[in-house]
Design a protein. Sequence first.
Length: 738
Amino acid sequence: MIEFEFTKEEREQALALYAELKGKIASSLQLGDDVKIREHLLYAIEHGQIERDIFGLNPILTGLQTAMLVVDEIGLRRDAVMAIMLHPSVENDTITIEAVEDMFGESVARILHGLRRIQELYKKNPVIESENFRNLLLSFAEDMRVILIMIADRVNLMRQIRDTSNEEAKRQVSEEAAYLYAPLAHKLGLYKLKSELEDLSLKYMEHDAYYLIKEKLNATKQARDAYIKSFITPIEKKLTDAGIKFHMKGRTKSIHSIWQKMKKQKCDFEGVYDLFAIRIIIDCPLEKEKQVCWQTFALITDMYMSNPKRMRDWLTVPKSNGYESLHITVLGPEGKWVEVQIRTERMDEIAERGVAAHWRYKGVRQSEGGMDDWLNSIRLMLESSSGLEAMDQFKMDLYDDEIFVFTPKGDLLKFPKGATVLDMAYHIHSKVGNACTGARINNKVCSFRQELQSGDQVEIMTSSTQRPKQEWLSIVKTSRARAKIRLAIKETQQKEALMVKEMLERKFKNRKIEFDESVMMRTMKKLGYKEASDFYRDIAQDSLDVSVILDKYVELQQGDKGIAGDTQTRSAEEFVLDNSPFSPNSSQLNDDVLVIDKNLKGVDYQLARCCNPIYGDDVFGFVTVSGGIKIHRQDCPNAPEMYRRFGYRIVRAKWSGKGASQYQITLRVVGNDDLGIVNNLTSIISKDEKLLLRSINIDSNDGLFRGNLVVMINDNTRLEALIKKLRTVKGVKQVERI
């Protein structure tokens, strides 16, 4: 800081401002305020407790200037002025907030507490351009007067630093004015202060553009004034004849607005046609405001053609910050477009002074939203209280359900209230969340279970050995983090299952046991597992002994060997001659036999491997060159060729009996390669005691699997039922018999 010295010129200016300020807020001052604030300031000056700021400005003088601004432009009184004058001493720690409360009351202390909290936020190097930081300021300030003082202080600072030599600090202050304070002023309806902040920031950041536009405006001022006079003269006469009380203003568009329009439309100064607007301010009773405004609208549009695309009706639905006006653009003399704003005295004061004007009027409607509810609550509170003194009881509770936290780089993240360190870790990235072990919050190490508070600066800590766990789902607050945890757990389980399965297969190989997927699925079931993931998890956690699995597997595998084997070759003893003409409804039925053409006796037959017929299939016999018979299905892929070339060797055949034997059939299954799909397929087969899965062969590629299931089955009716069941499995796309 630069050493402080109160110059004669500064002293004279400060005394004049002090006297003027005292007169303006005299009605709100309390007994002894004047003496106490004078004594404090004189003591601070004499004992070197006041220091000039980075621009070399006198903080007492700038404090008086800011205080005058909040009184004149915003309408604040005693508490705000006292807080502004005491703020340098609080920042220098030459007076405590507790001491201020004893001397000047709780309300002044609360404003100073809010200003100090804001200064603490700035120390975290925030990214000021973000909407989140503006919202954090609003929620952190606690008292809305803190925000209003901050805006006024920045306007005053921008006025004072025109000739400073500290260009870097000047640029930083200007950027904050453009990206932070001007949008805040806009939110609060302080349009006059907002425009000044924008113009001054443009002046300091884009010097050439600012002065180019300013010179162009000065050069065209005489012609513009003459045009405005020719435009408004007939309007004045018509409104006066209609008995409407009004006055008119000609307002040139701000330099910042012109520059923004030039950039947006990619044109030069001459290409911006609506450089000015005419404002018609009507004096009428509150209950007649709309009626008179629309009457004025009708009179003007009778004289000048309006552009319907550029009409803005903020009478019917005011802006969220309370702004009310009727904007129309009409074609004036010389074919020039002119914007006309129609509003009442009440609406004009709200437009010029924003929040402060709300304190003077009733019936201002609000739309939904946090800021609107806040403004509305101020209005309702003040209507039922005694004016500005009600601010002493006001505590802002904006964004109660949201918190804002800083990253180490100064970025601001928004979370629901109750969010934890783990929520923030997963917001940054899934990998950060999965490896999160805790955080440093305001340089203090905390658990990942720690709830976040607005204004916290959080640095996530990670470890390469950390893994997400099921209980994390109860720690996080956001659905985003919960979904990422579930996905991570699922991926971890899949990796564990693959590793355990490979380990099991190695164990089987060492014991010289053939690994069969179907037998393994039955082993899982016998050991009490419904899901393969649970089975593999218990193995990975050593909750299930591998030797128990091996013993149960061998037991089931050996039991399978006792089941009836291949039934494809049978002796002629099972043949039953059909002496009557062939009929599919023959009543000569024995246990699971084939009835062959009556002319053949004592000939062996085989079930053809090309189509694997089973009991119940429509079949025919084919006499081979060796004299034996092969039984084929009627829909066998080779049937058409055999009928065409060797029709004389075809014999009729049909099934008889009860279908007691088992036949081997192969099913081809195609589907999505999802976790557990093989288990779901094999469990359907294992649940049916009359079905036996002989083998399974799966090939996976690009997320799809193709597999062959070899099943022992009694008849085609049971086969059709099995195929239907397999087709209902989630992820299965196709099941067919081959």
